[in-house]
Design a binder for this molecule. Structure first.
Ligand SMILES: Cc1cc2nc3c(=O)[nH]c(=O)nc-3n(C[C@H](O)[C@H](O)[C@H](O)COP(=O)(O)OP(=O)(O)OC[C@H]3O[C@@H](n4cnc5c(N)ncnc54)[C@H](O)[C@@H]3O)c2cc1C
Length: 407
């Protein structure tokens, strides 16, 4: 693979031979686009601008609760990707100007810091989701009580509470779909149940799962989850949206009040605000279709991953597949014959904890194939340890493919 030096890049860009592809977000979708363009040997300068100098994988984060996953196995740096010629900038994008093809960001390398901007020929938007609790009354004041498995810091604190509390009520909450990783709230409830059983204190706790949807997500395994909840004594309340948070209670739209000692609440998800401010979409980024991920108004602005407005669940497989479709479109517009092979379908595994309180979680397998109409669901309702191991293998393979190394 050709190593691209800064001088080489400068000359090529000055001569106008090299296109500039800017990718916002160095996560699953952003890195999948970068990798595909590198694999296709596109004659372009590929720049990824991303918030942190490392990436922390999502899918196995809930297993931090049961001590089955540790941070060192799911964190990756970008250095091996840089070695392949991709420019990585650590910075936070706060503004996009699609009419003038400019991206503004704050941060950058320590020596440059401050604010800066990038020009592009193609812009790929893959910033993932923002967790937005601003519509919940009391959120600002009691945000410190809001824990969940999504943010590495908050999952750490949630774990600490679940391992030390002596009694009380745990409230787990899922907002209206679509949100990132459909089964994560049920995984949270069942993994908390496992830890409390392991500690021998389960009978001193009530676990209540409040769901804003009419069933737990994803719907394909809602029946399996509700049977397991019934066995494990987890109370399920559906069609109840939390609209207010207090110091010790949450209030739903219909006025029901639920006391909590531990609150594992996922905020409603949306694309980061700079998307809406740039006129590129409201809650999600507007795209022409799942296969043509260009913005309806701009040929040179594409979206991929969880932030894209797709009619599918928001998970890693879909994020990856949308990224391949987006990369293929850039290649097509550049006249390249290279295409990544891709279709929309996924298989996933939802952790369901361990009914006996052993810190060896079981999982249920499910899938959806969007290549047939209506989409074809599949599942194995039998919880299995092998599925947890398969999910670990799947996640590690993704990280190795996109970040270029296995620890
Ligand atoms: C707890 C948890 C459990 C999950 N479980 C599963 C699962 O079991 N199965 C599954 O398939 N999927 C699961 N997922 C979902 C999966 O991780 C996501 O669908 C996938 O990561 C989406 O890819 P993405 O590229 O859109 O976003 P991400 O991978 O989140 O990448 C977005 C990147 O953009 C960066 N960024 C954001 N804003 C800016 C900005 N303004 N400027 C610069 N950079 C920015 C972020 O820092 C991040 O690095 C889970 C996720 C979480 C968090």
């Amino acid at each position: 693979m050709k190593v691209i030096t800064d001088q080489f890049l400068k000359t090529e860009i000055e001569m106008g031979c090299m296109k500039k592809v800017v990718i916002i977000g160095g996560g699953i979708a952003g890195m999948a686009v970068a990798k595909t363009l590198v694999d296709a040997k596109i004659n372009a300068e590929i720049t990824v601008i991303t918030q942190n100098p490392h990436y922390i994988s999502g899918p196995s984060r809930p297993l931090a609760l049961t001590n089955e996953q540790s941070l060192d196995r799911i964190v990756r740096g970008y250095e091996e990707v840089m070695r392949k010629g991709v420019r990585i900038i650590t910075g936070t994008v706060y503004s996009v100007d699609p009419d003038n093809r400019k991206v503004k960001y704050v941060g950058g390398h320590i020596s440059s810091g401050g604010t800066s901007e990038l020009a592009y020929d193609y812009l790929l938007l893959a910033p993932g989701v923002a967790l937005d609790g601003s519509g919940i009354m009391g959120y600002d004041k009691f945000r410190h009580n809001v824990l969940n498995v999504y943010d590495p810091g908050r999952v750490h604190l949630l774990k600490s509470k679940v391992w030390s509390a002596e009694r009380g009520t745990v409230v787990v909450y899922a907002p209206k779909a679509p949100y990132r990783c459909a089964p994560a709230p049920t995984e949270t409830a069942l993994l908390i149940d496992t830890v409390l059983r392991h500690r021998g204190v389960r009978n001193r706790f009530k676990i209540v799962h409040i769901d804003a949807n009419d069933k737990t997500q994803p719907p394909v395994i809602a029946d399996v989850v509700s049977q397991i909840y019934a066995k494990q004594g987890i109370e399920l309340v559906v069609n109840q949206e939390i609209v207010e948070i207090g110091e010790n209670e949450v209030v739903t739209k219909s006025g029901e009040r639920y006391r909590y000692d531990i609150l594992a609440l996922l905020e409603p998800n949306r694309a980061p605000k700079f998307i809406e401010e740039a006129g590129l979409g409201k809650t999600w980024i507007d795209v022409r279709s799942p296969q043509d991920l260009r913005h309806p108004k701009y040929d040179d602005v594409l979206a991929a991953g969880d932030a894209a407005g797709l009619p599918f669940p928001k998970n890693q497989e879909i994020a990856f597949e949308s990224a391949l479709f987006a990369a293929n479109k850039i290649l097509e517009m550049e006249g390249s014959s290279y295409r990544a092979s891709v279709q929309y379908a996924f298989v996933g595994w939802a952790y369901v904890g361990n009914p006996e309180g052993r810190l060896e979680s079981l999982s249920v397998r499910f899938g959806l194939d969007f290549t047939s109409q209506p989409p074809k669901p599949s599942k194995d309702p039998e919880p299995k340890r092998d599925y947890t191991l398969a999910k670990d293998n799947w996640e590690q393979n993704y990280l190795a493919t996109l970040f270029g190394y296995k620890p």
